[in-house]
Design a protein around this ligand. Structure first.
Ligand code: NDP
Length: 263
């Protein structure tokens, strides 16, 4: 039997096992996808090998540790510095990042975008900024504090803290901060958000299954809005595709995984 897992801390809330097991079962594959809480990030790869996994997904807070421990990192993960998908290839473990392309799939329906503003500068912001850059969407980063901006500055992005930011028109505003996840908070000053929304067309929040104050405010300004649900779905679809060396077509995996997502 092929075994797969999600690694993180916490992982009890993760719906990845449901998504992947549904596809495994529907395709009649002899495989199973389980949750594994990892408390010590340095043990990610040894755990992967000890469980004899075919593949794994990595979630908060271990994506950077996964990047550091893979035998080889491929694709955009090299630029992002974070890995959310591990695949066994013979004796080696290969790391990929499907969050970035998952995000891009989720915003494709928005159509042409001239520019974007990312709120936050954590791991998710890195993935999103890099995929927007690849698609030549001019991207600015706005973060509460300066320390995490160095990564983005080194990659040539325009970066600001709340103190240095001057407002201009952006087609898309993306919230990658966890503000609004646990408490009713905005990712930056509410008045600033309202000014940004006046000129914007689209708003995206990486948080899913919860109407955040950010998206509610965007909706009240008649923006076209999306939460992080489709990003999560597509990162799972792309990870499944990598687990099976791209043997299954992405559209087929998506059609099988989507109903499990909506359960
Ligand atoms: P990080 O911890 O790496 O980064 C958090 C960022 O948010 C930092 O820039 C931090 O600013 C900022 N921040 C945190 N709290 C606040 C606040 N109250 N006000 C303003 N800024 C704040 O987080 P990740 O990038 O790993 O994850 C962010 C979110 O993305 C999580 O909610 C996660 O669930 C979600 N996510 C969704 C995915 C999906 O598929 N939909 C995939 C991956 C993640 P500072 O530097 O000043 O501390």
């Amino acid at each position: 039997m092929l075994l797969f897992s999600i690694f993180g801390d916490p992982v009890t809330h993760s719906i990845s096992p449901r998504l992947h097991n549904t596809v495994l079962n529907t395709l009649n594959l002899n495989g199973c996808y389980v949750r594994k809480t990892i408390k010590e990030p340095e043990k990610l790869l040894s755990t992967f090998r000890a469980m004899n996994l075919q593949g794994a997904n990595v979630t908060v807070p271990h994506k950077e540790a996964a990047y550091a421990q893979c035998d080889e990192v491929r694709g955009l993960a090299k630029e992002i510095g974070a890995v959310n998908t591990l695949v066994s290839e013979g004796a080696r473990v290969i790391g990929y990042n499907t969050d970035a392309e998952g995000f891009y799939e989720a915003i494709k329906s928005f159509g042409y975008l001239r520019n974007a503003l990312i709120l936050g500068a954590g791991g998710t912001a890195k993935a999103i900024a890099m995929i927007l850059k690849i698609h030549q969407i001019e991207t600015t980063i706005l973060n509460r504090s300066a320390s995490r901006l160095a990564f983005f500055e080194a990659k040539g992005f325009t970066c600001n803290t709340w103190e240095t930011f001057t407002c201009k028109a952006y087609d898309l505003i993306i919230n990658t901060t966890s503000a609004g996840l646990k408490e009713e908070a905005y990712p930056c000053d509410k008045a600033l958000l309202e000014t940004l929304f006046q000129d914007a067309k689209y708003a995206f929040d990486v948080i899913y299954n919860k109407p955040t104050p950010f998206l509610e405010l965007a909706r009240s300004h008649q923006l076209t809005c999306k939460d992080g649900k489709e990003m999560l779905l597509y990162q799972g679809v792309l990870a499944f595709n990598l687990f099976f060396s791209k043997h299954y077509d992405v559209k087929t995996i998506e059609s099988l995984m989507r109903p499990a997502f909506d359960l």
